[in-house]
Design a protein around this ligand. Sequence first.
Ligand code: SAM
Ligand code: SF4
Ligand code: SF4
Length: 373
Amino acid sequence: MGSDYNPLCYDRIGSISKDTMQSKVISILTAPGAPRYEGGEFADTLGRPLRDLRISVTDRCNFRCVYCMPRDVFGPDHAFLPHDELLSFEEIARVAAVFAGLGVKKIRLTGGEPLVRRDLHRLVGLLAQLPGIDLTLTTNGSLLAKHAKALKDAGLQRITVSLDSLDDKTFRAMNDAQYPVARVLDAIDVAAAAGLAPVKINMVVKRGVNDHQVVDMARHWRRTGHIVRFIEYMDVGSTNGWQMSEVVPAAEVVRRIGEHYPLETIDPAYPGEVAERWRYQDGAGEIGVISSVTQAFCRDCNRARLSTEGRLFTCLFAEGGHDLKTPLRGGASDAALRDQIVAIWRARGDRYSEIRTAETAKLRKVEMSYIGG
Ligand code: SAM
Ligand code: SF4
Ligand code: SF4
């Protein structure tokens, strides 16, 4: 155990779960008479600032990716959140403004599939008014061609499109919705033409399923200006049947691509950047690898996540979140919301990926489609 041992990092201490423990600390920090947030820098228990906010705008999706929303769990009988449980666009924009006032510099809209939420460009328009915020969105691309221009016009700066294979059969099997790859490729072109280039393209690599496509994917996007990011398959949620043997380490991805197109590392674009960046030595562009399983990056993790129904999560692998909707709808002032968020962040000790074991992988964690990737 290292000198930075923090009991809040552990999922269970005796019979008390980590989240219960964190809630106790937060209730002390927000109790009447507790010190209020007076402005200035603040950090969590491991010294990490709050800089990045991911907002899930829906828990619904028109795909059933095998690693995210397996169809046997998310079938016709699955109960998604009722509409009135979702934060409205105005509520999301208000919370986002509070986060921006606390030092958040980057906001990513996600889901579920964010573009299944009607009139999403309206939310983009509200968030684009926040000064100094880098505003992006992650989508499966199925509805992107239709909405790209409206999103750009509303102020969206960049976009990430998930694309797990260029081979139509493999792609359809992975999205499990019979969605053809050609339509996602067309949508990427439309988004780029609308001014959302360079597009980031996310490929989750699952051994024995699509890892044979890694080099083809790199080859396809070389010299286009777009950036492919190869993501290690993660044990998010508790429904995808994750096994370590299905993870292709990022180092293997880099080695396989490098055998065809020599690569060299590049410095991160900003502190806490999740993807490790590599560029082709022949000047054909760059790729990223996200090694959340084999080389955890919790040390620099400055991300918070706001769920569709207004719960704040301090880790992708959390078992539970903190309710912001009740105070939001109960008339809390911005200052009260600020105090609550700062208290939650100050009590944060998450570093799940650094302490992952075969046992933690089996814990009941929140689903990716609910919390947002
Ligand atoms: N529906 C949108 C999409 O697919 O881009 C946004 C939400 S999705 C949850 C966000 C990202 O998480 C996607 O790039 C997806 O591939 C990734 N993802 C989902 N489940 C994952 C898993 N088990 N391991 C690694 N990445 C995963
Ligand atoms: Fe839907 Fe995205 Fe999850 Fe696939 S990864 S099921 S597109 S939310
Ligand atoms: Fe951040 Fe949690 Fe992922 Fe670590 S495991 S990088 S703390 S979200």
